[in-house]
Design a protein around this ligand. Structure first.
Ligand code: AP5
Length: 222
């Protein structure tokens, strides 16, 4: 299965992807994680991306599309299915993704739109903590680690993302409304959009989604 996860910052795209990775055995491809990895390794791409990410703005399309194209065409692991988290974020990215997938005859199955309200988003991003070692995501209230600032999975140190501060969150929301909302319409027109109430608990969101997949399978839709 090939999925796209759409939604505002903090809607829970990464959290849902971690759950679906387990239940559906799909590869999780997050452009945010890929760009942060490039930054950590001090690569050319990382240096170019840093200024945009720190301000909460979008990294230029050509740079992100290049990363995704390499992954989808060059990485054998993705052949059995994947979830794209945080990509596409502009109409140009959506069109280029269709072009790439058309070349390899692997169309998308679903675009999952995780709809969340602003107070929920602010609460989630303000309390998010991420593991430096394995990237596991926690929340100081919603999903606290057993030991303070220590990852339950690998024992690594938990940190707060530099772009999870109030001013940058506001910019990210504005950028999302301006650039990414049109992508939702793009997939709606293709009949691939599946809307999810992401204010709900993540297991509940996953449950609703699995039900949709099962019903569509029975109807031979996918
Ligand atoms: P990216 O890393 O993709 O950030 P984002 O889209 O802002 O999304 P987040 O990772 O903040 O949120 P999420 O929805 O994954 O939430 P999570 O599951 O962690 O991108 C960062 C930057 O990179 C961008 O600003 C841009 O500069 C650049 N970039 C990336 N892709 C790009 C692209 N395609 N084009 C151009 N630039 C690009 O959850 C958040 C918190 O809430 C966690 O603490 C979690 O535990 C908690 N939580 C989650 N779900 C629930 C729930 N259901 N109930 C209770 N708590 C929950």
């Amino acid at each position: 299965m090939r999925l796209v996860l759409l939604g505002p910052p903090g809607a829970g795209k990464g959290t849902l992807a971690a759950l679906l990775k387990e239940s559906l055995n799909l590869v999780h491809i997050s452009t945010g994680d890929m760009l942060r990895e490039e930054m950590k390794n001090g690569t050319d791409i990382g240096r170019q991306a840093k200024g945009f990410i720190d301000k909460g703005e979008l990294v230029p399309d050509d740079l992100v599309i290049r990363l995704i194209e390499q992954k989808l065409i060059g990485d054998k692991q993705v052949r059995h299915g994947y979830m794209l988290d945080g990509f596409p974020r502009t109409r140009k990215q959506a069109e280029d993704l269709d072009r790439i997938l058309g070349q390899i005859h692997q169309p998308l199955d679903y675009a999952l739109y995780m709809e969340a309200t602003l107070p929920v988003i602010i609460q989630r991003l303000g309390g998010r903590r991420v593991c430096r070692g394995c990237g596991a995501v926690f929340h100081v209230h919603n999903k606290p680690s057993r030991k303070k600032n220590m990852c339950d999975v690998c024992g690594g140190e938990l940190y707060q993302r530099a772009d999870d501060n109030e001013a940058t969150i506001r910019t990210r929301m504005d950028v999302y409304l301006k650039n990414t909302r049109p992508v939702i319409e793009y997939y709606k027109a293709q009949g691939k959009l599946e809307k999810l109430d992401a204010d709900k608990d993540s297991e509940e969101v996953q449950g609703v989604l699995m039900q949709t997949f099962n019903e569509d399978r029975k109807l031979n839709k996918h």
